[in-house]
Design a protein around this ligand. Structure first.
Ligand code: 6PG
Length: 481
């Protein structure tokens, strides 16, 4: 191949390889580079006849690209602090002396958004352009069409737009990619996407756990998820949960899911979301519960030891009417999911405002409708909600969702009660319900809390019968002992 390539990718792990094949399949010529040359050779050899250019050195890679170069880095990022430097920084440092002014470097990994902001500023100083793009969809998404969340200068997005739009998933003909905003906005939104992903996964697991403890077989549970996947809960995660429950182990004939150790892993994006929400004083209790559920699950040894020491109901769910339980758990899951998205979107809105990113929640929800891990039918409703009212204070207040929450809440409450009385943990269901009830409470017990603060620290309080902002202090009695 003598002509220069339209696109270059560094990092040929599975996601990188699939992304390359996706870009190539849209008619672009792609150059590839991997630190271990044999990986590049094998990859190119495995795909004869495709417009792929394998390169052995970074110099050769850079020289093979048309100007302005578009270089997509797909290596694992680990930096979370301003001072941290990781593999993405190492690749960038190696690239800088080889590039020309105006070339574009894209970081397509799950990088922490503040490191993206640092890289954006650093490359701009060097006359280079940077895009921090969240890419969701796993291996299959990367190959067939992911949801892409790029952040960076609008002018750089314009250059990347034709390639990104052609490789992204499509829903109703619309590509699942938009310019999210400047700097770290793309990676920020991807981080919250992942937090929401954690919430969705945990909620599904809680539904599964209730069914399991009510005596449903894995095949029955698979059938429930498959049926739910035809309705309001239609989503990729419900779909794969049904499929996972159907899967039998070839060796033992048992359901694979029941052979898997109940210790959840996590790479960090959920925890980042939690820390970010705390920093910004935004409540994301469902996502927090999901992150914490993973942490507790990983403490298997302590749990097994505690199971013989701490008393309580044994978790058996007594459900006389199984069909009724299925309906109730469906509603609890649906309502909790709405709350989880309301919280995640509130965090995006709040940070977007602080950063001046000018984020469009409706368009963000729209690009999550396809390609990504949280793709779901109800994202159409979220898109509509923000298209109708771009300044919606909270998703729960949208007329459609308000109505769903009103209709599902009796079942939601019954499920949380039933599980709690059975000794079965439902941290995400109950955290969601707690948020719903707190958010709709005109008066919370924070009056007593303010009294406590004023009592021990003279922190002062406002009065219900005096103008807002006017502060009062009471001379509380002295407490001895
Ligand atoms: C996606 C996913 C992906 C994530 C993994 C694992 O959108 O494609 O969010 O980016 O890295 O699914 O995440 P955990 O290991 O933290 O579960």
């Amino acid at each position: 191949m003598s002509q220069k390539s339209d696109f270059g990718l560094i990092g040929l792990a599975v996601m990188g390889q699939n992304l390359v094949l996706n870009v190539e399949s849209r008619g672009f010529q792609v150059s590839v580079y991997n630190r271990t040359t044999s990986v590049t050779d094998e990859f190119v050899a495995k795909h004869p006849g495709k417009k792929l250019v394998g390169t052995k050195t970074l110099e050769e890679f850079v020289q093979s690209l048309a100007l302005p170069r578009k270089i997509h880095i797909m290596v694992k990022s680990t930096a979370v602090k301003d001072t941290d430097r990781d593999a993405v920084d190492a690749v960038i440092e190696q690239l800088i002396p080889l590039l020309d002014q105006g070339d574009i470097v894209i970081d397509g990994g799950n990088s922490f958004y503040q490191t993206t902001e640092r890289r954006d500023a650093y490359l701009a100083e060097k006359g280079l352009r940077f895009i921090g793009a969240g890419v969701s969809g796993g291996e299959e998404g990367a190959r067939k069409g992911p949801s892409i969340m790029p952040g960076g200068p609008a002018s750089t997005w314009e250059v990347m737009k034709p390639i990104f739009e052609s490789i992204a998933a499509k829903v109703d003909g619309e590509p699942c990619v938009i310019h999210i905003g400047p700097g770290g906005a793309g990676h920020y939104v991807k981080m919250i996407h992942n937090g929401i992903e954690y919430g969705d996964m945990q909620l599904i697991c809680e539904a599964y756990n209730i069914f399991k403890h009510a005596g449903f077989t894995t095949d029955e549970m698979a059938a429930i998820f498959n049926e739910w996947n035809e309705g309001d809960l239609l989503s990729y995660l419900i779909q794969i949960s049904g499929k996972a429950l159907e899967q039998k182990d070839p060796e033992t004939g048992k359901p694979v899911v029941e052979l898997i150790v109940d210790k959840a892993g996590q790479k960090g994006t959920g925890q980042w979301t939690l820390m970010n929400a705390a920093e910004n004083a935004v409540v994301i209790s469902t996502i927090n519960a999901a992150v914490e559920a993973r942490i507790l699950s990983s403490q298997k040894k302590q749990r097994v030891a505690a199971s013989t020491q701490l008393t309580g109901p044994d978790g058996t769910v007594n459900a006389a009417d199984k069909a009724d339980l299925v309906k109730k758990v469906h509603d609890a899951l649906y309502a909790s999911k709405i709350v989880s998205y309301a919280q995640g979107l509130d965090l995006i809105r709040s940070t977007g405002e602080k950063k001046g990113w000018n984020l469009d929640l409706g368009r963000i929800a729209a690009i999550w409708r396809g390609g990504c891990i949280i793709r779901a039918r109800f994202l159409n409703r979220i898109t509509d909600a923000y298209r109708t009212n771009p300044t919606l204070a909270n998703l729960m207040l949208d007329p459609f969702f308000k109505d769903v929450l009103s209709k599902t809440q009796q079942n939601w409450r019954e499920v949380v009660s039933l599980a709690t009385l059975s000794g079965l943990p439902v941290p995400a269901f109950s955290a969601s319900l707690g948020y719903y009830d707190s958010y709709r409470a005109a008066r919370l017990p924070a009056n007593l809390l303010q009294a406590q603060r004023d009592f021990f620290g003279a922190h002062t309080y406002e009065r219900t019968d005096k103008p807002e902002g006017q502060m009062f202090h009471t001379e509380w009695p002295e407490v001895i002992g």
